[in-house]
Design a protein around this ligand. Structure first.
Ligand SMILES: [Zn+2]
Ligand SMILES: [Zn+2]
Length: 196
Protein backbone atom coordinates (compact mmCIF):
# COMPACT_ATOMS: atom_id res chain seq x y z
CA UNK A 1 0.00 0.00 0.00
CA UNK A 2 1.39 3.41 -0.89
CA UNK A 3 1.06 6.36 1.44
CA UNK A 4 -1.40 8.16 -0.80
CA UNK A 5 -3.92 5.38 -0.21
CA UNK A 6 -4.11 5.83 3.54
CA UNK A 7 -6.08 8.76 4.99
CA UNK A 8 -4.11 11.99 5.10
CA UNK A 9 -4.17 12.28 8.89
CA UNK A 10 -2.60 8.82 9.27
CA UNK A 11 0.02 9.61 6.64
CA UNK A 12 0.86 12.77 8.59
CA UNK A 13 1.16 10.87 11.85
CA UNK A 14 3.42 8.24 10.29
CA UNK A 15 5.64 10.82 8.60
CA UNK A 16 5.96 12.77 11.85
CA UNK A 17 6.89 9.63 13.78
CA UNK A 18 9.39 8.58 11.13
CA UNK A 19 11.09 11.94 11.67
CA UNK A 20 11.15 11.40 15.44
CA UNK A 21 9.07 14.52 16.07
CA UNK A 22 6.73 14.69 19.05
CA UNK A 23 3.31 16.25 18.61
CA UNK A 24 4.61 19.26 20.55
CA UNK A 25 7.65 19.58 18.31
CA UNK A 26 5.42 19.71 15.27
CA UNK A 27 2.94 22.07 16.94
CA UNK A 28 5.74 24.53 17.69
CA UNK A 29 6.79 24.51 14.04
CA UNK A 30 3.27 24.82 12.70
CA UNK A 31 2.32 27.46 15.26
CA UNK A 32 -0.61 25.65 16.85
CA UNK A 33 -1.27 23.68 20.03
CA UNK A 34 -0.25 20.07 20.67
CA UNK A 35 -3.91 19.18 21.18
CA UNK A 36 -4.76 20.51 17.71
CA UNK A 37 -2.13 18.18 16.21
CA UNK A 38 -3.43 15.34 18.36
CA UNK A 39 -7.01 15.86 17.18
CA UNK A 40 -5.95 16.38 13.57
CA UNK A 41 -4.09 13.06 13.58
CA UNK A 42 -7.14 11.38 15.09
CA UNK A 43 -9.08 12.38 12.00
CA UNK A 44 -10.70 15.58 13.25
CA UNK A 45 -9.58 17.73 10.36
CA UNK A 46 -11.54 20.75 11.62
CA UNK A 47 -9.04 21.17 14.47
CA UNK A 48 -6.53 22.81 12.12
CA UNK A 49 -7.10 25.80 9.84
CA UNK A 50 -6.31 25.18 6.22
CA UNK A 51 -3.22 27.39 6.24
CA UNK A 52 -1.86 25.48 9.25
CA UNK A 53 -2.42 22.21 7.45
CA UNK A 54 -0.44 23.56 4.51
CA UNK A 55 2.46 24.46 6.81
CA UNK A 56 2.23 21.04 8.44
CA UNK A 57 2.38 19.26 5.09
CA UNK A 58 5.35 21.39 4.09
CA UNK A 59 7.19 20.47 7.25
CA UNK A 60 6.52 16.77 6.96
CA UNK A 61 7.77 16.63 3.38
CA UNK A 62 11.14 18.05 4.33
CA UNK A 63 13.93 15.51 3.95
CA UNK A 64 14.96 14.24 7.39
CA UNK A 65 18.62 14.99 6.50
CA UNK A 66 17.76 18.68 6.27
CA UNK A 67 16.73 18.78 9.91
CA UNK A 68 19.72 19.57 12.06
CA UNK A 69 19.26 18.72 15.71
CA UNK A 70 21.17 20.92 18.12
CA UNK A 71 23.69 18.84 20.00
CA UNK A 72 25.51 20.29 22.96
CA UNK A 73 27.86 18.82 25.53
CA UNK A 74 25.32 19.81 28.16
CA UNK A 75 22.78 17.44 26.67
CA UNK A 76 25.17 14.54 26.85
CA UNK A 77 25.28 14.39 30.63
CA UNK A 78 23.32 11.44 31.92
CA UNK A 79 20.57 13.40 33.62
CA UNK A 80 17.11 11.95 33.75
CA UNK A 81 13.79 13.51 32.97
CA UNK A 82 10.15 12.44 33.00
CA UNK A 83 8.35 11.69 29.76
CA UNK A 84 4.87 10.54 28.84
CA UNK A 85 2.93 9.29 25.84
CA UNK A 86 0.43 11.90 24.50
CA UNK A 87 -1.83 9.42 22.69
CA UNK A 88 -5.19 9.40 24.48
CA UNK A 89 -6.06 5.80 23.61
CA UNK A 90 -2.64 4.42 24.57
CA UNK A 91 -2.67 1.99 27.55
CA UNK A 92 -0.06 4.13 29.30
CA UNK A 93 -2.77 6.75 29.93
CA UNK A 94 -5.50 5.90 32.44
CA UNK A 95 -8.77 7.71 31.64
CA UNK A 96 -11.21 9.02 34.24
CA UNK A 97 -14.31 11.19 34.11
CA UNK A 98 -14.98 14.26 36.22
CA UNK A 99 -18.18 16.26 35.60
CA UNK A 100 -18.73 14.47 32.27
CA UNK A 101 -15.26 15.45 31.10
CA UNK A 102 -12.69 12.92 30.10
CA UNK A 103 -9.22 13.28 31.64
CA UNK A 104 -6.13 11.09 31.64
CA UNK A 105 -3.50 10.21 34.19
CA UNK A 106 -0.36 9.55 32.13
CA UNK A 107 2.28 7.05 33.15
CA UNK A 108 5.43 9.13 33.72
CA UNK A 109 8.59 7.35 32.61
CA UNK A 110 12.04 8.35 33.81
CA UNK A 111 14.54 8.45 30.95
CA UNK A 112 17.91 10.01 30.11
CA UNK A 113 17.82 13.64 29.00
CA UNK A 114 18.41 14.23 25.30
CA UNK A 115 17.32 10.79 24.18
CA UNK A 116 14.42 10.33 21.82
CA UNK A 117 12.16 7.74 23.44
CA UNK A 118 9.29 5.86 21.86
CA UNK A 119 6.27 4.66 23.82
CA UNK A 120 6.65 0.95 24.54
CA UNK A 121 2.91 0.47 24.03
CA UNK A 122 2.14 2.38 20.84
CA UNK A 123 5.43 3.64 19.37
CA UNK A 124 4.64 7.35 19.71
CA UNK A 125 7.63 9.61 20.52
CA UNK A 126 7.26 10.58 24.19
CA UNK A 127 6.71 14.18 25.26
CA UNK A 128 9.14 15.69 27.75
CA UNK A 129 7.58 19.08 28.36
CA UNK A 130 4.20 20.67 28.98
CA UNK A 131 2.29 20.45 25.67
CA UNK A 132 1.26 24.10 25.96
CA UNK A 133 3.84 25.74 23.68
CA UNK A 134 3.88 29.02 25.56
CA UNK A 135 4.50 27.21 28.87
CA UNK A 136 6.84 24.30 28.15
CA UNK A 137 7.37 23.55 31.86
CA UNK A 138 9.12 20.34 32.85
CA UNK A 139 6.88 17.43 33.70
CA UNK A 140 5.70 16.30 37.11
CA UNK A 141 3.44 13.45 38.18
CA UNK A 142 -0.26 14.17 37.67
CA UNK A 143 -2.78 14.82 34.94
CA UNK A 144 -2.20 18.54 34.47
CA UNK A 145 0.78 20.85 34.10
CA UNK A 146 1.75 22.14 37.58
CA UNK A 147 2.49 25.54 36.06
CA UNK A 148 -0.32 26.33 33.60
CA UNK A 149 -2.91 23.57 34.32
CA UNK A 150 -2.98 22.31 30.71
CA UNK A 151 -3.94 18.62 30.61
CA UNK A 152 -0.96 16.50 29.57
CA UNK A 153 -3.17 14.21 27.49
CA UNK A 154 -5.98 15.63 25.36
CA UNK A 155 -8.99 13.53 24.47
CA UNK A 156 -9.49 13.29 20.72
CA UNK A 157 -12.94 11.78 21.25
CA UNK A 158 -16.05 13.85 20.69
CA UNK A 159 -17.36 14.67 24.16
CA UNK A 160 -20.94 14.09 25.24
CA UNK A 161 -21.08 10.50 24.02
CA UNK A 162 -21.08 8.66 27.31
CA UNK A 163 -17.44 9.22 28.30
CA UNK A 164 -17.92 7.12 31.48
CA UNK A 165 -18.62 3.95 29.55
CA UNK A 166 -15.60 4.41 27.32
CA UNK A 167 -13.35 5.20 30.31
CA UNK A 168 -14.57 2.09 32.17
CA UNK A 169 -13.93 -0.16 29.18
CA UNK A 170 -10.52 1.37 28.57
CA UNK A 171 -9.52 0.94 32.24
CA UNK A 172 -10.55 -2.72 32.11
CA UNK A 173 -8.41 -3.16 29.00
CA UNK A 174 -5.43 -1.49 30.70
CA UNK A 175 -5.86 -3.62 33.84
CA UNK A 176 -5.86 -6.76 31.71
CA UNK A 177 -2.72 -5.68 29.85
CA UNK A 178 -0.89 -4.88 33.08
CA UNK A 179 -1.92 -8.19 34.63
CA UNK A 180 -0.44 -9.97 31.63
CA UNK A 181 2.91 -8.21 32.00
CA UNK A 182 2.85 -8.80 35.80
CA UNK A 183 2.35 -12.52 35.27
CA UNK A 184 5.24 -12.61 32.87
CA UNK A 185 7.52 -10.80 35.30
CA UNK A 186 6.69 -13.02 38.27
CA UNK A 187 6.90 -16.25 36.31
CA UNK A 188 4.72 -19.31 36.76
CA UNK A 189 5.98 -20.27 40.22
CA UNK A 190 4.04 -17.65 42.18
CA UNK A 191 0.28 -17.51 41.88
CA UNK A 192 -1.20 -14.12 42.80
CA UNK A 193 -3.16 -14.27 46.03
CA UNK A 194 -6.83 -13.37 45.81
CA UNK A 195 -8.13 -10.84 48.32
CA UNK A 196 -10.40 -12.04 51.12
ZN1 LIG B 1 1.70 5.25 23.85
ZN1 LIG C 1 2.27 24.15 31.32
Amino acid sequence: MTESQSPLHLTCRNLRRSKGLTQSDLAREVGCTQSAISMYEAGRAESLAEEKVRILLDILEVDINDISLPETDEGKRAESTLKYCPVDECPSNVPYVTRSQLFFKPMMIEVTVGESTLCSFCGEPLEERCPNGSCGAELREGSFCWSCCTPYVTSTRATGRNPERWADAQRARIRELRELTETRRRGPSRIPRLPG
